[in-house]
Ligand binder design. Sequence first.
Ligand SMILES: [Zn+2]
Length: 339
Amino acid sequence: MAGPASDADIVSIPKVELHIHLNGSITEATASTLARRHGADPQSALGLVDGRYPGRYRNFQGFLDAYLAANQFVQTPDDLEFVAAEFARGQVAQGVIYSEAIVTAMIFVRNGMDPDAMWTALRRGFAAAGPGTTINLVIDTIRDFGREEADATLALVEAADAPIVGLCLTGIEGTMPIETFLPFRAAARRLGLGFEVHAGEMGPPESIVASLDVLAADRIGHGVAAIRDPRLVERLVRDQVVLDVCPSSNVGIDLYPSLEAHPMTAFWQAGVNMTISSDDPPFFGTTLFDELQHLVRIAGLTCNDLATLQRRAVAAAFCDEATKADLRARIDAWAGSGG
Ligand SMILES: [Zn+2]
């Protein structure tokens, strides 16, 4: 148990993933099927290179272009049910027993989808996971679009018949004053939902501080910029602020030249309460397995460490206590059996 975890350990451990975008999980195969369904040539419409998304981008905009190209073909409830079902099967195949799938519902509504049909399609699609796998929803608003978009997102959430456990603020930091989203944050509290903010991704450490102090975020998505401010890292450790870290995504938009240069190892060693997720896996040529494998290879995580990461994710999840108890028991059973 003392040495680094093996690939077999990473495969077998029951996994909990808190930071994965459904809109960013549309594989090349799924997007190609949808493109053809809507009369487009997949290769050119999706910007595929040898049948794959580029994986690495010059910047965030480069990634966003690829992501939006795929999302344009999720037009009907059938399209979305297909996307959600493929997502569910992918999580099951990786041993992810609990996911909080971030969904930018407004993208589908803007594509012309009826909201009720959208929620039904998500529920039906996720049912493909079968028993033993839970997929809950975290609905995000893209901060670049401001207050109106947040209000529209909230109206969708309030009328939804769906397993929504949280709200989330995404998009490019600094495009709007953070106070713009105080009502959105207050709504999460009123509705009994968790609240996550993507911060300290492309933005500076101050963006993380504002997300905690102004918006009282329950979790920070990414938060990697904290590494530039030792006092902030100290605060994160002291208060055990949860960072949902997605290494390949940060490297994929050129925030770091390599996984070795990514702050995940420093965070781990400092005792930051981080969890590991895959963000938009096919767009960055990764999977949750790959992300955990990188951390094991670079930071030398043991089986016990892997179990610690999963237990942290359970503690930070926005689901109810009964669900958490079940998840914890399954991780403990894995650890108790020697990994
Ligand atoms: Zn994200």
